[in-house]
Each structure stands twice: as C-alpha cells, then as structure tokens.
Write a protein that binds this ligand. Structure first.
Ligand code: EZ4
Ligand code: CO
Length: 409
C-alpha cells in the first residue's frame, strides 16, 4: 500500500478544527487531528507546506518509522506546532491500519483492558447554589466524577465557567476560546482564590457526601508555595487530583509541592513530548499524565509514555476538552482502552454541529466511554458538511492582575 494524497481540512463547526486526511492507492483513507487551539493555521500550514509532500509514495503501515522520520528529519524538534502536525499523521496511519486489519485501533494496541473508560464532567458556578445545580446537572448526564471550578469573590472573570451557551437544547461548552479578533482580557488575584476555593470544596463535600469523585484545575496560576498551600488546604476534601497547580515550564516546583501535600497531582495538557514527563514520572512527582494525543505527537507516543508511567504507578488522565477534535479524542480513548494504568478520562461532549461534521462511533453509557468497534478510529469526516463552516479567528482569554501585569491564564 502507498500513500497517494494528504489533504488538510480546516472547519469551524462551533470551534476551529484542523484535520489531516491521508488517502492510499488501495482506496483506504485515514484521518488525524492537528487542532492547536488559537493557533490553528500554523499547524495547517506546517502540514500543507512542509509535510504533505513527504508522505506521498510512502508505506502507510510503517507508523513508527514515519513518526521517527518526521520527528528527526525536521531537525527542529518538539513544540506544539510540530507535535500536533506529527500527531495528525500518526493518528491517520493508525486509522488506516485499523481499517486494513478490520479492527478498531484499541485492538491493535493490545486489546481492551476494561469495558469502557470512566470519565469526569465539568461543573462551575458564580456562587455555591449555581455550582450545586451544575453538579446535579452533570450527575443527571451520567457523570460520577466532576471537576469543580468556581468564581471567586473580588474577581470579575468566571473562572472555568462556560463562556458561551450553545444552540438551544445543547449543553454548555466549558471550553472558553472565543471567536473574536482579540483575546478576551480577564482579571486574577491568587490570594483571593486561595482563600475561597477550600470553602467551596467544603460546601460541596457537605452537600454531596464523601463518595463523589472531585477534581480541580489550577490552570498554571500558582507559585510553588501557593500550590503547596492549596494542596494542603484541600486535603480534607479528598480530591482525585489537583491539575496544573504550577506553570508547566517549572518542573522542579512539583518537588516542593510534593513535600507538603498528599493531594494527588495531574499535569501535562500543554506538554508535547514524552521527555516533558520523563523526570516527573521517574521522581514520582505526579500521579496522572494529562497529555492529549493531539498535542503530544499522536497515539504512538501516548502509548509509550503510559507504559513508562506504569512502572511508577502513574496513571492516565488524558486532556479531553472540546478543542481536541472528535478524531483526537477517539485516538486517546483507544489508548485508554488498551493500557493497564488507565486513570480517568476527561469528557466534554462536542456540539451537535461538530458531530454533524465528525460522525462518531463513541458511546457514553452507564458512566463509561467506549470508542466503538468500527475498524480504525471510528470517526468519519463529512467533507461536505465541513465545507459549510469556514475558519474563524479564535483566541483563548488571558489574565491581568489588578495593576495590569499579565498573569498565567
Ligand atoms: O483551558 O483546553 O483541563 N482543561 C483545560 C482546558 C483548557 C483548554 C485550552 O485550550 O484546562 O479547558
Ligand atoms: Co486543564
């Protein structure tokens, strides 16, 4: 089999998605996700201008060789743009291999280790009452694990709260990228946040009892000491994990955080290679790997990092916001099915509009996600539908402190 075409499709049904479609001389096609939220066209051009022509005539079955070729031959390694582009190729080739074998990708990765993936949903509110309603709504949708975000008195921005309501009948989309020409500016005050968050978790535990699995995302906003303080003050509320407590660049911060708290730590949604996790896993500074297949070079490296993590009892907690396309999401659900050290999968359902472009086999029943048993990844791109939604400039919000200083968002 040989690759005969590689096309990049940019579509914006609710949000922007970049998809690579690889065609072979045997008529099989495969798709991969290359969506980098807020910088989508950089990856689209990387693929169109620098990668597509390298694929023509190559053997689509040689997935590992293709990955190594794209990674090493570019000389300029790593980085989210490069790794999202490589991820798209990797996923598309796994999709083709699955279709050629007549098997879903998780079978090719070793087969199912479980009936389906436990997931967590997202709740938030401007006050405790609104938050409780939001938690109850998530429970009604079948979630038993819930990430809790809350607004903070004195801060205008609604931290972790839905930015836009979807079309009527659809659920809130908690992914806050906005399709505007400039990023939205938000405000932030870490001291106010640190005072408020433990009171919210206390209220949630009091209302919902000890069993519910609770998570929280710190979104890189704290210093190492502040993160240690928060981890400690949340210990009575038994979090499943505290996510991204410090900025990802400062890996040593986690040593300090670890010395002070037993709250489990998850990190890595902005990491893009296995090397970003290497020391954190070996030193057992984290408990959950938050990578997303799309921003991490695809299925192949995600499986590798998890096999490495297994030796240290570190589990998966893959990043599953709606800015990962249904293709990228399916890719990591297949990995989650096949690894022994699965932890918990983030699940933020895509909009009806997104699902009309990306036809999915994914099911969420009895609290478990399953990628379906269609050969390959189980997602088909409807190109006619995709063409109805042209790209729109979009940015994530960013933060400024009281005095105007830019802060991590
Ligand atoms: O803000 O994916 O844990 N989830 C998150 C996400 C990120 C977005 C950034 O594009 O932190 O909602
Ligand atoms: Co996060």
């Amino acid at each position: 089999m040989k690759i005969t075409a590689a096309e990049v499709i940019v579509t914006s049904p609710t949000r922007n998605f970049v998809t690579l479609k690889i065609t072979t001389d045997e008529g099989l096609t495969g798709i991969g996700d290359a969506t980098l939220n807020g910088r989508e066209l950089a990856v689209a051009h990387y693929l169109k201008d620098h990668v597509a022509q390298l694929l023509i005539g190559k053997d689509p079955h040689a997935i590992e060789d293709m990955w190594q070729f794209l990674y090493r031959s570019s000389y300029w390694r790593r980085g989210p743009v490069t790794m999202a582009a490589i991820a798209a190729v990797d996923m598309a080739l796994w999709d083709i291999k699955g279709k050629a074998a007549g098997m879903p990708v998780y079978q090719l990765l070793g087969g199912a280790c479980r009936r389906g993936l436990s997931t967590y949903g997202h709740a938030s509110g401007r006050d405790v009452e609104e938050l409780f309603d939001s938690i109850r709504a998530e429970q009604e949708h079948g979630y038993t694990a819930i990430r809790v975000q809350t607004s903070v008195p004195g801060i205008k921005a609604l931290y972790g709260v839905a930015a836009q309501k979807q079309a009527s009948g659809e659920r809130y989309d908690y992914e806050p990228a906005q399709r505007t020409a400039q990023p939205a500016e938000e405000d932030w005050d870490t001291r106010a946040y640190l005072r408020h968050v433990p009171t919210v978790f206390e209220a949630v535990r009091h209302e919902f009892g000890p069993e519910m699995i609770l998570l929280h995302d710190g979104h890189h906003r704290m210093t190492p000491l502040q993160a240690a303080q928060l981890g400690k003050s949340l210990e009575p509320y038994d979090l499943f994990w505290l996510e991204d407590c410090t900025p990802a660049e400062n890996q040593e911060a986690l040593r300090l955080v670890r010395q002070h708290t037993t709250t489990p730590l998850a990190i890595g949604e902005v990491f893009n290679t296995i090397w970003d996790f290497k020391d954190l896993i070996r030193e057992q500074l984290i408990d959950y790997v938050r990578a997303a297949s799309t921003h991490f070079g695809g299925i192949s490296p995600l499986k590798k990092v998890m096999d490495y993590a297994a030796m240290y009892q570190v589990k998966s907690g893959f990043h599953g916001p709606t800015d990962v396309s249904p293709v990228g999401f399916a890719a990591q659900v297949h990995v989650g099915m096949a690894i022994h050290n699965f932890g918990l999968q983030e699940f933020m359902p895509h909009s009806e509009k997104t699902n009309s472009v990306f036809r999915q086999q994914l099911t969420f029943e009895g609290g478990l996600l399953h990628p379906g048993d269609a050969p390959g990844l189980g997602v088909e791109l409807d190109e006619k539908e995709a063409a109805k939604y042209p790209y729109q400039q979009a940015y994530l919000p960013y933060n400024r402190l009281n005095d105007g200083t830019v802060h991590d968002w």
